[in-house]
Design a protein around this ligand. Structure first.
Ligand code: AMP
Ligand code: GLY
Length: 423
């Protein structure tokens, strides 16, 4: 029996809390800082995700045995390293890579160099700083439109520009290097554009062995038909029809196994999740990006399909005993539909009272951005509630989520009604 602390406050963390809560290995569950939804499953602690001293105190005060880190920011800031080097914390299990491994997400250049070194299929690229701007401009000339420019560092999902005109691309490259995304774009990765359909593949690893979790597709654009601005994610579907057995075997042979072996060859300790952002180019998987955490909202669908004890997998990853664990996947489809605040991903208001959560039937309403105010559950972010459902197929699962989405209300509510349109 163990006490577990989840670090984070979104729908991903609520979905993980829901899954962990089902484990016979759980004693007490804590979430820092959590949201209104997680407070129904465990104890929320008012500590921010990068407040390392605050997290240390929370772990010691509550005799936490295992810390599961949801978002990338604390990992890139070295939360796991902080735990391993602190005398009083070094026996606490941590799920999430150390700072070096977290660079797979924290630096696009680091990730590209890693993929080159280990022959993992990805787009051609060049890393550019103000030192080799001329080389960058020449590299752009060798590419065809559209042009992909990526801020090297973390930019909260906003650091990628896709431009159709060569002049625009040159101009944007200069602006990015000039500080458009602050320090994150003092280095820019220029990439060849890949065309195809994207999916999210997840693995959990202890740095030697790995288990593949259910594959999902997320919907990033705000508008129906994949139009308008990028968001954190408007919904997800798992499994993904085009990512069948043949495709997934290629993914494992060419991408997942070489990645885990690459981590070992490079002596990068890694205990946690690897999120492979993939694109299928005529059936051939290529890596668009690595993330060092689970996806959000993919997790709100993926957790429904993991039948095995999730805590057992977490312990395996953290302890280095994953080879002895097994993962069983539910054959059903799981989907999640994200209900967002009016105006998102631009400016939006918070604090709107949410009603109808008690009317939800046969779906799970994971809280993404909520808080309690005067006894009411209120909106507290752009993405508010993720309505997750099972079905024998995608259509059935989506119908269930949409039926329940219709029962939930708050001022300005918006969600996409076309998820799965492209599958
Ligand atoms: P990233 O932050 O690297 O995931 O990029 C954000 C989005 O930009 C991805 O989900 C893709 O839709 C798109 N993208 C990134 N890199 C490429 C590429 N090389 N070719 C085509 N689309 C890309
Ligand atoms: N849903 C994409 C992400 O979590 O980055």
């Amino acid at each position: 029996m163990m006490n577990i602390l989840i670090v984070g406050s979104g729908g991903r963390e609520h979905a993980m809390a829901w899954k962990i809560k089902q484990s016979p290995k759980l004693k007490q569950l804590f979430i820092a800082p959590g949201n209104a939804g997680t407070s129904l499953l465990g104890t929320n602690l008012p500590v921010g995700v990068t407040d390392f001293e605050g997290l240390k105190k929370a772990v010691l005060d509550n005799q936490i045995d295992l810390v599961l880190v949801g978002p990338e920011v604390p990992l890139c800031a070295g939360l796991h390293d902080f735990f391993s080097t602190d005398e009083s914390l070094k026996n606490v299990l941590v799920v999430g890579p150390h700072q070096l491994g977290a660079q797979l997400e924290g630096s696009k250049d680091f990730a590209k160099e890693f993929m080159m070194r280990h022959q993992i299929p990805t787009a051609k690229y060049l890393a550019v700083t103000s030192e080799n701007l001329e080389e960058g401009l020449s590299f752009l000339k060798t590419l065809n439109s559209p042009y992909v420019l990526k801020a090297d560092g973390l930019a909260a999902g906003k650091g990628v520009l896709i431009l159709s005109e060569p002049e625009e691309a040159e101009q944007s490259l200069k602006e990015m290097l000039g500080g458009q995304f602050g320090a994150a774009s003092s280095k820019v990765v220029i990439e060849e554009f890949l065309s195809g359909i994207e999916c999210s593949v997840f693995a959990i690893t202890d740095g030697k062995d790995y288990k593949i979790l259910p594959v999902a597709k997320d919907y990033k654009r705000i508008g129906e038909g994949d139009t308008g601005l990028n968001t954190g994610g408007m919904g997800a579907i798992s499994p993904v029809p085009f990512a069948g057995e043949v495709f997934m075997q290629k993914v494992e042979d060419r991408i997942i196994r070489p990645t885990v072996e690459g981590l070992q060859k490079d002596a990068i300790l890694y205990n946690g999740f690897i999120f492979f952002g993939l694109i299928s180019c005529a059936g051939e998987p290529m890596v668009i990006e690595y993330n060092v955490r689970m996806g959000d909202p993919e997790t709100e669908a993926v957790m429904l399909r993991i039948k095995s004890d999730f805590v057992d997998l977490l312990v395996g990853a953290a302890e280095g005993t994953l080879a002895q664990k097994s993962i069983e996947i539910d054959h059903r489809t799981a989907v999640t539909v994200m209900l967002v605040s009016g105006g998102y991903p631009g400016d939006y208001e918070k604090g709107k009272v949410i009603s109808g959560l008690d009317k939800v039937e046969d779906s799970i309403a994971f809280h993404a951005g909520t808080s309690f105010k005067n006894g009411n559950v209120c909106t507290d972010g752009g993405r508010v509630i993720a309505v997750s459902s099972y079905g024998e197929n995608m259509k059935e699962a989506l119908a269930c989520s949409y039926k329940n989405a219709g029962r939930i209300e708050f001022e300005g509510i918006y969600y996409r009604k076309d998820l799965g349109f492209d599958l």
